[in-house]
Design a protein around this ligand. Structure first.
Ligand code: B12
Length: 224
C-alpha cells in the first residue's frame, strides 16, 4: 500500500499552520499507514518549510514563525531520524568514503544540512559535521586535517552562497582542490551556480547527496 496523499497533505497543512501537536499526531498516523520516514521528511515536511518561507517573503509570517517551524520540524525529526537511518541503511551504499560537511559562513540554517549528514551517515559513510556558519578557512583546515574524499557545503541564503566559491578558491590556492570532490546544495544553490563556482556536483535533496556519493565510489565524476 502506498502512503496516502491525504495524510501527506494533512502533515503539510499542520506544519504550515505551526500546529505542533497535529504534526506529531499525523506523523504517527502516517507511519502506521506504510508511509516511509524518508518520503514524509523530503515530501510534505520539506514542502511545508518552503511554503513557510513563501509566507515569510509575503510578510504573512515573521522570524518567530520561521523559528517555531524549525522547532516543530526538529521535534518530529526526533521520532523520524532513527527510521530515516534505518531506511538509508537498507538502501545501502557505504564504503570507506569520508565526508566533511557544513553550512557556509554567515548562514545558520542547519535542518537541511543535518538531514544530508544523517542520511549519508546512515548509508554507511563517515561524516564529519562542522556545523553552521563555517568560515572558508575552517573548511580548508578540515580538508587538511581529515583528508576527506568529499566536501559537502550547504547554503540557504543567496547572500552567503558566494562563500562556497571562496572555499573552492582557497582550496585551489593551497593545492588541495583536486584532492577532494565538492558537492553543494541548499535552497540558495542551483545546478548552474554549482557549475559556475567549479563544484563537482549539485544535489537538490539529501537522497541526491547519497546517490552522488555512491556514484563517486563507482568512479563517476562531475554531475550538475
Ligand atoms: C526555518 C528557516 C529559518 C530558521 C532556521 C532554523 C534552523 N535551525 O535551521 C531561522 C529562523 C533561524 C531562519 C533565519 C533566517 N532566514 Co530562513 N528560512 C527558514 C525556512 C522557512 C526553512 C529552511 C528549512 O529548514 N527547510 C527544510 C530543509 C529540509 O530543507 P533545506 O534546508 O532546503 O535542505 C534540503 C535541500 O535544500 C538539500 N540540501 C541542503 N543542504 C544541502 C547540502 C548538500 C551538499 C546537498 C547535496 C543538498 C543539500 O537537502 C535538504 C533535504 O532534502 C526557509 C525557506 C526555504 N524555502 O528554504 C527560510 C529561508 C532560507 N530564510 C530566509 C531568510 C531571509 C532568513 C533570514 C535572513 C531572516 C532574517 N531577516 O533574519 C535569517 C538568516 C539567518 C542566518 N544568518 O542564517 C530566506 C532566504 C532568502 C534568500 N534567497 O536568501 C528563505 C528562503 C525564506 C524566504 N523565502 O524568504 N530561517
Amino acid at each position: 500500500m502506498a502512503c496516502p496523499e491525504k495524510i501527506k497533505e494533512e502533515i503539510r497543512e499542520c506544519l504550515v499552520d505551526l500546529d505542533r501537536d497535529c504534526v506529531l499526531e499525523k506523523v504517527d498516523d502516517a507511519l502506521s499507514q506504510e508511509c516511509s520516514a524518508t518520503e514524509l521528511v523530503l515530501g510534505p515536511m520539506s514542502e511545508a518549510m518552503q511554503e513557510i518561507g513563501r509566507l515569510y517573503e509575503e510578510g504573512e509570517y515573521f522570524i518567530a514563525e520561521l523559528m517555531e517551524a524549525a522547532e516543530i520540524f526538529k521535534e518530529a525529526m526526533k521520532k523520524l531520524k532513527p527510521l530515516l537511518q534505518e531506511e538509508a541503511r537498507r538502501r545501502g551504499g557505504g564504503s570507506k568514503i569520508r565526508i566533511v560537511i557544513g553550512t557556509v559562513k554567515g548562514d545558520i540554517h542547519d535542518i537541511g544540512k543535518s538531514l544530508v549528514a544523517t542520511m549519508l551517515e546512515a548509508a554507511g559513510y563517515e561524516v564529519i559535521d562542522l556545523g553552521v556558519d563555517v568560515l572558508p578557512e575552517k573548511f580548508v583546515e578540515a580538508v587538511k586535517k581529515y583528508k576527506p574524499h568529499v566536501l559537502a557545503m550547504s547554503a540557504l541564503l543567496t547572500s552567503t552562497a558566494k562563500h562556497m566559491k571562496e572555499v573552492i578558491d582557497l582550496l585551489k590556492k593551497e593545492g588541495l582542490r583536486d584532492k577532494v570532490y565538492i558537492i553543494v546544495g541548499g535552497a540558495a544553490v542551483t545546478p548552474g551556480f554549482a557549475e559556475e563556482i567549479g563544484a563537482d556536483a549539485y544535489g537538490g535533496t539529501a537522497i541526491d547527496a547519497v546517490s552522488i556519493v555512491k556514484n563517486i565510489s563507482r568512479g563517476k565524476s562531475r554531475e550538475y
